[in-house]
Unconditional design. Sequence first.
Length: 106
Amino acid sequence: MKRWLMEILVCPRSDCRSELHLEVYGAHSVEAEEKTVEEIDEALITCPKCGRWYPVIEGIPCMLPDDLRMDGRQRREENAFLERWKERIPADILKNGVPFGLKSEA
Ligand SMILES: [Zn+2]
């Protein structure tokens, strides 16, 4: 995803819609029309209002409703994301993240 996307993304919760915070863990530069554009590969998106976190995995922001994140393939991918970046993800998200953290069972 492009960094400017953060300017238009808001929390997808209908009762929230807050602006979001981005913490980039992995990115690369792309030359486009003689400009260098940053492509974000892996990042943590957090919502300061409702406290949710959302991952950017392989360039794609995963901003699904809680019930679609709790099990199956999506949960495994998001768990793998938490595991992959656990040295950099804030401890309170790993422990008590909304809708889940690294330690909670699927
Ligand atoms: Zn929110």
